[in-house]
Design a binder for this molecule. Sequence first.
Ligand code: SF4
Length: 167
Amino acid sequence: MDAIPRITGSLVQSFTICPRQVWLMSRQICPDEDNVYLELGRLIGCRAYGRERKEVHIGHLRLDLVRRGGKECVVGEVKKSSRAREAARMQLAFYLYELREMGIEAEGELLFPEERRRERLVLDASLAREVKELKEQIEALIRRENPPPAARGPFCGKCAYAELCWA
Ligand code: SF4
């Protein structure tokens, strides 16, 4: 691969779930647009947050929600369930990291509206280091000529690439 695509929040989230998924996404092998789970995720986010929800696009960042919280800006990441909580946490940490690189200090909030849960996320020095290392690992993965082999995992059932991997 000549040029490494820009690392996005989706790649960071997927890396925690399945490296093969990241490689496929980086080659823009598009998942099934009709995938019901993707759509469900969109709908739940809209319904639960109604007027409060704002899709904020800043360069390569797609933030579900941004609001003022005290002195700081709060970036919210809305998820259908906390099943992939760690992946969602790293996605949000990535957004905070990238915003900091742009000179914007923000706090994060993970939102699981179906479970009526929210979790605060602060980008401290150790989390920032984790994000930096994660970005380096993703870049190394994307540079590979071939994707890692498919390996069955707990997220395959709901993955948009399932047909590609297991047909
Ligand atoms: S179906 Fe499973 S192995 Fe294939 S990309 Fe999705 S999560 Fe990874």
